[in-house]
Design a protein around this ligand. Structure first.
Ligand SMILES: *Cc1c(COP(=O)(O)O)cnc(C)c1O
Length: 420
């Protein structure tokens, strides 16, 4: 390179180079999330544990005794994590998340097994997804393995009382979240961030049962979205960020008024089927050529969430719904597992021609729940549920996942939390 070229680098570029150099230098001295620095302050006032399936559980307000909090600042990185009694957070009215939606979260569960052990389900997937969501909204990354250790530490503490060994086959919902915090109202990425984890008894939404509703027949009723769009290419539909939810509640409330449980989000002028509210959407159908398929929308395009349950359904289906599998029965046949873009027109045609076999949603909150109706253009599409309360495929997939989560079978996806 000759001298002239160096001289021609503009002042602005030079400043940029120096700034990024400085950032690189300072980031090597920035502290990563480190669970070994954890300090614990025990509660002096243990909260009352609500009864199983009680109205209090359905209110989803009864958090456990403790929570994890970790502060990040742009001059230090991740500070020492703390476990403290559950209670209000201290944030200023200027906090970034309150103005600019610098927020993301995770949803996972901890399960009390048939064998008395406490298990997380594929926690590595949730922890790394939180990093991916965080960086989409200008929040700092961290080592996901350290977050997994913090989740386990909280459960070691609150698990024994909130999920007693005497009541196997129950779970708590875990909610790690990150928010832009701080005292600065400037329209910039936050210089202070708070990561926290809370745990809450959560109702079993997969059965359709609830204490208030008059007994509801099984199967979800979905309303296909009309004018609202949940996510679009180049957006943030793949990230678990709060900003995806507020706007979606408008359509959801409208759907509830009309008697539907959730929205089925469509995309584009050809009405591509994407996913349902907080859950991924699957159909089992026969193609025109007579091929049996399990179909779901693809991750490419980044407009749907990469659900841990979705991923698990696909992996189990690819492993077990195959020719000569020991899991095949008169009702469960081998099929092709397909991730591709498909449209409402295809779904409607399959239904009209009697090729539609079943549909279900998957997610941590809804688990595997059969879908019995999709309303599209003011017409109810009736989806079969071959064994009364579920379809055959949704039924076995749900059972397989339950067996892993509650430790009926030994599987690498069920990660045991060692208790004292
Ligand atoms: C959380 C979520 C899901 C389900 O993901 P899981 O990891 O299976 O719980 C699906 N769609 C959206 C939009 C979600 O937020």
């Amino acid at each position: 390179m000759n001298g002239h070229a160096v001289e021609s680098v503009s002042h602005l570029t030079q400043t940029g180079i120096e700034a990024s150099k400085k950032m690189a230098e300072s980031s090597s001295s920035m502290h990563d999330l480190d669970a070994s620095q954890l300090t614990v302050t025990l509660t002096q006032n243990p909260r009352e544990v609500p009864g199983l399936n009680s109205a209090e559980v359905w209110s989803v307000k009864a958090c456990t005794d403790h929570m994890v909090t970790v502060k990040w600042t742009d001059d230090y990185g991740w500070h020492a994590p703390k476990i403290v009694p559950y209670g209000p957070l201290e944030i200023m009215p200027t906090a970034s998340c309150l103005h600019y939606a610098t927020q993301c979260f995770e949803g996972m569960k901890v399960y009390r097994g048939y064998d008395g052990k406490l298990r997380l389900f594929r926690p590595d997937k949730n922890c790394s997804r939180l990093v991916s969501s965080a960086t989409r909204v200008a929040l700092p990354p961290f080592n996901p393995l350290e977050l997994e250790k913090l989740l386990k530490a909280l459960m070691r503490l609150d698990g024994p009382r909130w999920l007693p060994k005497t009541q196997p086959e129950n779970f708590l919902y875990l909610r790690p979240a990150m928010i832009g915090n701080g005292e600065q109202l400037g329209v910039v990425s936050p210089s202070e961030v708070l990561l926290f984890i809370i745990a809450v008894p959560w109702p079993d939404l997969s059965t359709g049962w609830s204490p208030s509703a008059t007994a509801k027949p099984p199967g979800l009723k979905l309303l296909a979205s009309k004018n609202d769009i949940r996510a679009w290419p180049g957006g943030f539909g793949y990230a678990k960020v709060g900003a995806n939810y507020g706007p979606a509640f408008v359509a959801q409330m409208e759907g509830r008024k009309q008697g539907y449980d959730q929205i089925l989000w469509l995309f584009g002028p050809d009405f591509q089927v994407t996913e349902a509210g907080a859950s991924n959407f699957f159909v089992v159908w026969k193609t025109k050529e007579g091929k049996l398929q399990l179909v779901t929308a693809p991750l490419e395009g980044k407009i749907i969430l990469d659900g841990v349950t979705r991923r698990s359904v696909l992996e189990l289906a690819r492993e077990r719904f195959i020719e000569s599998s020991e899991y095949l029965t008169a009702d469960i046949k081998s099929l092709d597992v397909v991730e591709r873009t498909y449209t409402m027109d295809e779904l409607v045609e399959a239904e009209k021609k009697g090729r539609l076999i079943e549909a279900f949603v998957s997610g941590t909150a809804y688990f595997i729940t059969p879908v019995k109706t999709v309303n599209f253009r003011d017409e109810d599409l009736n989806i079969p549920m071959a064994c009364e309360d579920t379809g055959h495929y949704a039924g076995v997939l749900k059972q397989w996942l339950l067996d892993i989560k509650y430790g009926k079978v030994d599987h690498e996806w069920g990660v045991v939390v060692e208790e004292e």
